[in-house]
Ligand binder design. Structure first.
Ligand SMILES: [Zn+2]
Ligand SMILES: [Zn+2]
Length: 664
């Protein structure tokens, strides 16, 4: 007897073991068609799962459940693998093919070792084969085998990567039972090792999928291993969702900061200088300078002291901090040399913390001086794999808007809270109002962290308590902490729905211990301060890269490299145009006078292309009446204004950071 309890509380009884699909059919044919997979007794399973004698809780998943998209995309990866084997023959090695849920572009991939090279041109052929497999409606059949039997079956098919995965599972004490999935039967069947679940047959994948890219990927992500071919794609439940997604990607392409950066002359990446070494051209440097000036002003209001430190530090300093060796893989190799017969070395600064710590440590502190907040726009260097580098968003040299707060334990929570407020101010000023908060904790099973369990537990408790009190929604992520402490991360959605990790606030009891930091308490004895590391922008390179895409290059007035273009209609008004330019410049506005011989239409087009927020068009009429005709880059002509009024309105928009706009 099988008793099946459904989510609405009703119970169905069957004489023999039964599958979720059959129960769905028993309820309605529509439900059987709509069912994607099932959750039986809390576990995600295939619709063909066998519910044996006894009581079971059953939830049928349809495309409305969030787990279903993952199953659809993962099934698409299997169908892709089958298509690739059909097209490129039995020597194709297939490795792993996960679904992706958080990636902006892709929904799944599969990694292959192929007998030949393929390129993006081959994708349509593979996609056509996938469509054929969908039309064949091949059932997914699950088979559970011992590891030895599974290995022999996959070994016979020449799948050495799958065999290696089974060996690893056995070494980890898993793999007593291995599940294989057959797509189709007989000699043409495609057999893959997978935990499942999948859609019940290939037909259920439907037609809302697309292959999108081909890339190289090392086996297990390790560059010592062979390079595999990764095919990326995406899949949705209906064609409309796929079309919307492809449209978003098109929009993202137009906003690509690497393209806009070139077009608007914002920054330069040059292989001769070094991969991932961005240089700020005058226009991009203006944006950076404005952001720095603004934040510096806020920091001074918030009781911070501004400091500067060199770009390198002695290796021993980083041995004490733990950056070396804990952080070794992500640093440039040390600069080694011999001095006074002793081997020594320097490290390009991977973080600013040790320098600020030495500043704190240079004098004795009383509790009355705390908190001490040291801030620096600090240049740091990280070793990113060349394949990971991406415009400004993944670089090897960057500037952090860093600060370290040294405080007494009883001051910690209010300091964290002030740091959160600063991040919120930064985001809201830039119109990045859609964000979520993540508390990043250590992975208790990893050895890449410094410090005692006691300190970690304390720091995690402090962070949770402040975030809870702030009323913000948050999630927790294991294994995302810094090596010295847990952190609060702000994950921001840009205007086309992509997520970026921006501001961070980190609590650290460990570095004060490693550097033996002290302050003299009210009781006249020595106590240990706590540290906060925080960076509202994160890195200026990455932050501005994201801002370029968020604004599509059309920065708000206060950040715009050129704020006003003065466009004389003809030579006859050249003197007046020069006078207007000078008058606007006198208010500290960044003004460009277009003295070219081009027609006014061409001048307007150029200024619009350069995304200059305002244009002052000047003809004989304006010269006579001491006015300008104002154009806004999106709205177009907004009317005529006296020069003085225009200047004041621009200053007001600039100084309120866009809260007050130029209006007639
Ligand atoms: Zn699978
Ligand atoms: Zn730090």
């Amino acid at each position: 007897m099988v008793k099946v309890k459904l989510p609405d509380g009703s119970v169905k009884e069957y004489q023999q073991s039964i599958s979720p699909l059959a129960v769905a059919g028993d309820i309605s044919q529509g439900l059987a068609r709509a069912a994607i997979a099932a959750r039986v007794d809390g576990k995600l399973v295939d619709l063909t799962f066998n519910m044996a004698d006894g009581e079971h809780e059953l939830q049928l998943l349809t495309n409305r459940d969030k787990e279903s998209l993952e199953i659809l995309r993962h099934t698409a990866a299997h169908v892709l693998a089958m298509a690739v084997v059909r097209l490129y023959g039995p020597t194709v090695q297939y490795t792993i093919g996960p679904a992706l849920l958080d990636d902006f572009q892709y929904g799944f991939y599969y990694d292959f070792a192929l007998p030949c090279n393929i390129s993006v041109e081959d994708l349509s052929k593979i996609e056509a084969e996938m469509k054929k497999i969908v039309s064949e409606k091949l059932p997914f059949r699950r088979e559970e085998l011992s590891a030895a039997a599974a290995k022999s079956l996959l070994g016979k098919r020449g799948q050495k990567y799958k065999c290696e995965m089974i060996d690893d599972m056995l070494a980890a004490g898993e793999g007593a039972v291995v599940s294989l999935y057959h797509q189709g039967e007989g000699p043409d069947a495609f057999v893959d090792m997978c935990r499942g679940p999948h859609l019940s047959d290939t037909g259920k994948l439907g037609n809302a999928f697309k292959l999108m890219a081909v890339a190289g990927a090392y086996w297990r992500g390790d560059e010592k291993n062979p390079m595999l071919t990764r095919i990326y794609g995406n899949a949705f439940f209906d064609k409309k969702e796929l079309a919307e997604h492809l449209d978003r990607i098109e929009q993202a392409k137009k906003r690509d900061h690497r393209v806009l950066g070139k077009q608007l002359s914002l920054f330069l990446l040059d292989e001769k200088v070094g991969p991932g070494m961005a240089m700020w051209l005058p226009r991009g440097a203006t944006i950076r300078m404005e952001l720095e000036n603004w934040l510096r002003g806020e920091l001074i209001k918030g009781g911070y002291s501004i400091v500067y430190s060199p770009h390198i530090g002695k290796l021993d300093l980083y041995r004490t901090s733990g950056h070396y060796p804990y952080y070794k893989e992500s640093q440039f190799p040390p600069i080694m040399f011999e001095e006074d017969g002793k081997e020594d070395g320097f490290l390009l600064k991977p973080m600013n913390c040790p320098h600020h710590i030495m500043m704190y440590k240079s004098t004795q502190h009383s509790y009355r001086e705390l908190p001490i907040r040291l801030a620096e726009f600090g240049q740091v260097y990280r070793w990113e794999q060349s394949g990971e580098l991406n415009g400004l968003t993944r670089v090897r040299a960057f500037c952090q808007d860093d600060a370290h707060i040294f405080c007494a334990p009883e001051q910690l929570e209010s300091e964290i809270s002030a740091c959160i407020d600063l991040v919120k101010l930064v985001l809201s000023t830039l119109g990045l109002n859609d964000y979520r908060v993540r508390i990043s904790l250590r992975d208790p099973n990893s050895d890449k962290y410094v410090g005692s369990d006691e300190n970690w537990n304390l720091a995690e408790a402090n962070i949770r308590s402040v975030v809870k009190a702030s009323g913000m929604d948050y999630s927790e992520a294991l294994g995302e902490a810094a090596f010295y402490g847990p952190k609060i991360d702000f994950i921001v959605k840009d205007c086309i729905g992509r997520e970026w990790q921006l501001g961070t606030v980190q609590v650290d009891y460990n570095l004060p211990e490693r550097f033996e930091l002290e302050y003299i308490g009210r009781d006249n004895s020595a106590h240990r301060p706590v540290m906060i590391h925080r960076a509202p922008f994160g890195s200026l390179e990455r932050f501005i890269g994201i801002l370029i895409e968020h604004f599509g290059g059309a920065f708000p007035l206060w950040l715009s490299p050129v704020q006003v273009a003065v466009l004389p209609v003809s030579d006859k008004v050249a003197d007046y145009a020069a006078a207007v330019t000078a008058r606007l410049k006198s208010a500290g506005l960044r003004v460009e006078l277009d003295e070219s011989a081009d027609k006014i239409g061409a001048k307007i087009r150029r200024a619009t292309m350069n995304k200059i927020p305002y244009m002052a068009v000047i003809g004989a009429k304006e010269a006579d009446s001491q006015t300008v005709s104002v154009r806004e880059r999106i709205k177009g002509d907004i009317g005529e204004m006296a020069v003085e009024n225009f200047k004041n309105a621009l200053v007001c928009e600039r100084d309120t950071k866009g809260k007050e706009l130029v209006q007639i």
